[in-house]
Design a protein. Structure first.
Length: 273
């Protein structure tokens, strides 16, 4: 079993004020102060996206989705900053339903966000579609809200799901990063494309014993966020993986260095709470 009390203690001991506010929201739905939310939203460009640390002042699809994940843990997806970010994401969708970073980011971007790279294109499409799926009904977009999945972004999300489905191979695999699998499965679940979602989850379950703690936490948190039942076999396998990799200090190791261990631990708490 995952030791949630130890995980909570790790975040309290090692997190900053925003991290502890995220923990309070996840544990008890305690709303952060307006001042703290202003800190979490700092750096947004006039267009609505957030730049990446490697991208100068140019708004990044990847960085914006990462920031939306943090704001979601603060219950802040309905605030103006998140609404502008979601509208910006929707406006960045290309005619084929996919997303890419701006050409100006080509030299500085990491592999998973590199413009012109098909694997990066699929990853950015999956993560953008996921957040538009999650937030669409909660955020007030520029246009009228829609009762369909994705709310005001229903058409955008549907087109993205079709683009993701077209890349799915007969054996349930996909030609990109592992995270594309669970993000796509979450999008398909909400689109009632249950066959496509199940095919991906079979692949993920097979790979579960070897995936990193950070990936197990991200996978489980993403599927729970779109309403997959906690006793679903994929989530049971992910929690088992987390239980087997939790450290003695209560935290989990990030794939991006120890500075992100608190972020990974918060994802695990979201997945297991």
């Amino acid at each position: 079993m995952v030791d949630l009390e130890a995980a909570i203690g790790f975040v309290v001991a090692h997190g900053d004020a925003v991290d502890r506010a995220r923990l309070s929201w996840l544990r008890a739905g305690a709303a952060p102060s307006p001042e703290l939310l202003d800190i979490a939203e700092v750096g947004q460009t006039p267009d609505g996206g957030w730049p990446a640390v490697w991208g100068g002042d140019v708004a990044s699809v990847d960085a914006t989705c990462f920031r939306l994940a943090e704001l979601d843990d603060l219950g802040a997806l309905g605030r103006p900053a998140a609404r502008r970010a979601l509208d910006w994401l929707a406006s960045r969708q290309q005619a084929d339903g996919c997303w890419e970073e701006a050409p100006a980011l080509a030299e500085a971007s990491p592999a998973w966000a590199r413009p012109g790279d098909p694997e990066a294109r699929l990853y950015l499409t999956a993560t953008a579609a996921f957040w538009l799926t999650v937030a669409g009904l909660d955020a007030r977009a520029a246009g009228p809200l829609d009762h369909r999945v994705g709310g005001g972004y229903a058409g955008v999300v549907h087109t993205a799901a079709q683009a993701l489905g077209a890349e799915l191979k007969p054996d349930g695999t996909w030609p990109s990063y592992l995270a594309v699998g669970w993000l796509s499965a979450a999008v398909f679940h909400r689109q009632e494309m249950f066959y496509e979602s199940a095919r991906i989850q079979v692949v993920l379950a097979d790979r579960m014993p070897g995936i990193s703690p950070a990936d197990a936490a991200w996978l489980a948190a993403a599927l729970r966020r779109v309403g997959v039942e906690e006793q679903h076999w994929t989530l049971v396998a992910a929690r088992r993986r987390l239980a087997g990799t939790q450290r003695s200090d209560g935290g989990w190791e990030s794939d991006d260095g120890h500075h992100f261990d608190v972020h990974t631990t918060l994802a695990a708490i979201r997945a297991c709470r």
